[in-house]
Design a protein around this ligand. Structure first.
Ligand code: HEC
Length: 174
């Protein structure tokens, strides 16, 4: 009798231990998840803050001659793999840039700063919940090249609008 009772209480003690372990584990897991979510948000903040500072710095440089053809060449090398050669975006790779309101709403200097720093998936402005790598992953792009690419992005949007209108007109006359 006594030994069964002891066994039972042993079992109970073991069960208690394992419950405590589980609870502790759950606590640690929750804390880890909370911390990493917090760290990711801090990251997004840091990138956005840097972009804001760069916007001021690069805005002055935008008076340097920007070149659309040069920007287009750099775009084809660095950006087209994710954004498509016409900027329409590749599924799960990169956003559509042809009708991006973000591009429409920003000056070339601001766009150059954006391209320099990229965007993390936690950024409130995220459009795909995917990372946009700084400089599109090409660390060799210098300031002038970033400005050239930004000038090309604005041109790309004009072209996209023109094509849209041409399509609408040919549909109307059909
Ligand atoms: C590895 C893939 C990849 C490459 C290379 C890349 N991008 Fe992106 N880009 C993305 C993704 C993904 C997003 C969307 C991020 C998000 O979820 O908000 C994005 C977003 C953008 C946006 C913001 C669009 C919007 O409407 O908010 C611009 C502008 C942009 N990219 C320009 C460029 C340029 C210019 C280059 C080349 C220098 C480039 N990207 C290279 C993946 C890429």
């Amino acid at each position: 009798m006594n030994s069964t009772g002891d066994q039972n209480s042993d079992v109970a003690a073991e069960a208690m231990k394992s419950l405590k372990k589980q609870a502790l584990f759950a606590c640690i897991a929750t804390a880890t998840i909370t911390l990493s979510a917090f760290a990711a948000l801090k990251m997004a903040d840091a990138v956005r803050e840097q972009t804001k500072r760069d916007m001021v710095a690069i805005d002055l440089a935008k008076y340097r001659p920007a070149s659309v053809p040069r920007g287009r060449a750099r775009f084809m090398e660095t950006c087209a793999s994710c954004h498509g050669s016409n900027g329409a975006g590749m599924p799960k790779q990169g956003a559509n840039l042809r009708f991006s309101t973000f591009i429409a709403d920003h000056q070339p200097g601001e766009l150059a700063a954006f391209i320099r720093n990229g965007r993390t998936p936690n950024d409130p402005q995220t459009v795909m919940q995917l990372p946009m790598p700084p400089r599109g992953g090409n660390g060799n792009l210098d300031e002038q090249q970033l400005i050239d690419i930004a000038a090309y992005l604005r041109e790309l949007q004009k072209q996209a609008q023109d094509e849209l209108q041409a399509d609408a007109q040919s549909n109307a006359t059909r």
